[in-house]
Write a protein that binds this ligand. Structure first.
Ligand SMILES: *Cc1c(COP(=O)(O)O)cnc(C)c1O
Length: 477
C-alpha cells in the first residue's frame, strides 16, 4: 500500500513516512493510492471479530511497513476496556464502541468512552502508540506544537503522555476553556506534556503555531510536528468503528445502514466514506453541522465557500465551530475521479478565499453514488433534541450528538437502520446540559473532583517569539 497526494505532486510513500508528516510537499493531503475492497464473504468473516481483531484486519490493509505482529501488539494495547471505560454500561466496555438502541432502527454508537470523553480518543490513542513505535525504530524524536480550544488538545495530550521521543507543547486561550476542559489538560503531570495558556483568544494561539511552522530553520532544528485532523493515521483508525457499528446493528451482513455524523473538519465522516468505498454496505452518510454550516451548504448546493473568522460563530457544540473543513479535500479528490491537477485547481480557489462550485454531474454523483446528505442545527434545536432524547428514550446525549440526532431524524427512512455517532459525552458540556435538562450531567465516577487536582501550566503572552523561546528553552536544557 502506497500513499499519494490529493494534488498529484508527491512520489508514492509508505505508511510510516506519512504518519509523522503534516501536509504533503505539494500542499495536498496524503491518501491511499486505492482502497482495499472487501466482498460479502470477507465482511461476514469480519463481523465475527472483536474490536481489536477487527481493527487489525482493517488497519492492517493500510499498513504494510510495520511487521504484522508489532502492529497487532500496538492495536491490542490501544483498544482495551480499561482505556475506553467511561461508557453508559461499564459491563460493555470491552466492546470499545458499544451501541445503544433508542428504538427499532435507530441507534447511537458510543465513540466517546476514552480518557477525554470525546471521539478523538478513538484515533489519537492509537496514534500515540504508533508514534512512539515508529520514532523508536528510526531513532528520532518529535515535538508537537499545537493550539486547542478544547477537545483536540486534550485528546493529543492523553495519547502522548509519557511516550518516549515525544513532547507536546499545547497552546490554549488563557481563561477561555471550561473548568472541566482546563482541569483535564492542566492536571496532567507528565514531564513531556507542556500546557501553555496564552493571554489572548484561540486565533492568537493558532497564529503562534503557524508562525513557528513558517520558520523552517526553527522547525527543522527542533523537529516540530503536529497531530491535527488531516493526519492519515487518524482517518484510518476511524474507519474501524464504522465496521463495528454496522455489524452491531445489521440483522444480516449486506443490508444497507445509514450513518449520521456530527461534523467539523470532516475527518470522522471521511472515514465513513472510506469504509463505504471498501465495500461496507453503508447507504447514506449524513453530515450534521451546527450554525457553522459550510458543509451543509456544500452538500445542499455543491458550493464550497469556507468562511472568514468574522463569519465563524461560537456555538454550544464548540468542537464543530470551523471555518473550513480540511479533510473535505480527500472526499472531493475521490468524487472528481482522483484527478490531482483538477483538485489542485479547485483548492487554489479555496486557498485564495474564493471557493468553488461542483459541476452538476459531480453534484448529482455526490448524492446518488456516494450517498451524502446533510442537515444543520441551531442552539434551540440542540436544547430541544437533548430534551426529546431524554424524555423519549431516557438517554442523555451531548450537544454535538444532539446535532446528529436532528439530522438523523430529518433523513430517516422506514426500513433502513440509522446509526448516530456519539462524538462526546454530556459530562464535558455542563452548562448546556444544565440549560436543557435542569440538572448537571452525570460524570464518570473516576473523574469526580477533577477540578480539585493540582494544575500545571505556564502563561505566555500572544507572541510567536515568546513561544519559540519557550520551546527552545526546554529542549536545549
Ligand atoms: C472534533 C469533534 C467533532 C468534529 O469531528 P471532525 O472529524 O472534525 O468532523 C464533532 N464532535 C466532537 C465532540 C468533536 O470533538
Amino acid at each position: 500500500m502506497h500513499y499519494i497526494s490529493t494534488r498529484g505532486g508527491m512520489a508514492p510513500q509508505r505508511f510510516s513516512d506519512i504518519l509523522l508528516g503534516g501536509l504533503a510537499p505539494d500542499g495536498g493531503l496524503a491518501i491511499a493510492e486505492s482502497y482495499p475492497r472487501l466482498d460479502l464473504a470477507e465482511l461476514q468473516a469480519l463481523s465475527q471479530l472483536d474490536y481489536r481483531d477487527l481493527a487489525f484486519a482493517i488497519i492492517g490493509r493500510f499498513v504494510d511497513d510495520i511487521p504484522a505482529a508489532d502492529l497487532k501488539a500496538l492495536i491490542d494495547r490501544t483498544y482495551t476496556a480499561d482505556v475506553y471505560r467511561h461508557g453508559r454500561d461499564p459491563a460493555r466496555a470491552d466492546q470499545i464502541t458499544p451501541v445503544v438502541k433508542l428504538e427499532d432502527g435507530l441507534y447511537i454508537e458510543e465513540l466517546s468512552n476514552g480518557p477525554t470523553l470525546a471521539f478523538k480518543d478513538m484515533a489519537m490513542q492509537l496514534l500515540g502508540n504508533l508514534f512512539e513505535y515508529v520514532l523508536a525504530q528510526r531513532g528520532e524524536a518529535i515535538n508537537i506544537v499545537g493550539a486547542t480550544s478544547g477537545d483536540t488538545g486534550s485528546a493529543a495530550e492523553y495519547a502522548m503522555r509519557g511516550k518516549h521521543g515525544v513532547n507536546v507543547f499545547m497552546l490554549s486561550p488563557h481563561g477561555k476553556m471550561s473548568p472541566f476542559q482546563r482541569a483535564q489538560m492542566f492536571s496532567l503531570q507528565d514531564a513531556n506534556i507542556h500546557n501553555i495558556a496564552v493571554t489572548g483568544f484561540f486565533d492568537a494561539c493558532q497564529d503562534m503555531v503557524k508562525a513557528v511552522n513558517n520558520d523552517a530553520a526553527f522547525k527543522a532544528r527542533y523537529k516540530v510536528g503536529a497531530v491535527n485532523s488531516i493526519n492519515w493515521g487518524r482517518v484510518v483508525a476511524q474507519v474501524v468503528y464504522y465496521f463495528k457499528g454496522y455489524f452491531a446493528v445489521a440483522k444480516t451482513v449486506g443490508e444497507p445502514v445509514d450513518f449520521c455524523v456530527p461534523s467539523g473538519n470532516f475527518g470522522n465522516v471521511c472515514a465513513g466514506h472510506i469504509a463505504r468505498q471498501m465495500g461496507l454496505p453503508i447507504r447514506r452518510l449524513i453530515v450534521a453541522t451546527n450554525e457553522n454550516d459550510v458543509l451543509d451548504e456544500f452538500f445542499k448546493t455543491g458550493g464550497y465557500f469556507p468562511r472568514g473568522l468574522e463569519r465563524t460563530y461560537e456555538t454550544s457544540s464548540p468542537s464543530m465551530d470551523i471555518t473550513k473543513a480540511s479533510n473535505l479535500e480527500r472526499f472531493v479528490f475521490d468524487l472528481i475521479g482522483r484527478d490531482g491537477a483538477k483538485l489542485a485547481a479547485l483548492w487554489r480557489e479555496v486557498d485564495a478565499g474564493r471557493g468553488f462550485k461542483l459541476s452538476d454531474a459531480d453534484f448529482a454523483r455526490m448524492h446518488d453514488e456516494y450517498g451524502f446528505r446533510s442537515e444543520k442545527s441551531s442552539h434551540a434545536d440542540r436544547i430541544a433534541s437533548i430534551r426529546e432524547v431524554k424524555a423519549r428514550y431516557g438517554v442523555e446525549i451531548d450537544p454535538h450528538t444532539a446535532d446528529g440526532y436532528l439530522a438523523a431524524k430529518a433523513h430517516r427512512e422506514s426500513g433502513v437502520t440509522m446509526v448516530i455517532l456519539e462524538t462526546a459525552l454530556p459530562a464535558k458540556f455542563e452548562a448546556t446540559m444544565q440549560e436543557a435538562l435542569g440538572s448537571p450531567p452525570q460524570r464518570p465516577h473516576d473523574l469526580a473532583g477533577l477540578e480539585d487536582l493540582p494544575q500545571r501550566f505556564d502563561v505566555l503572552e500572544a507572541d510567536a517569539e515568546a513561544l519559540k523561546r519557550y520551546v527552545a528553552g526546554y529542549l536545549d536544557r
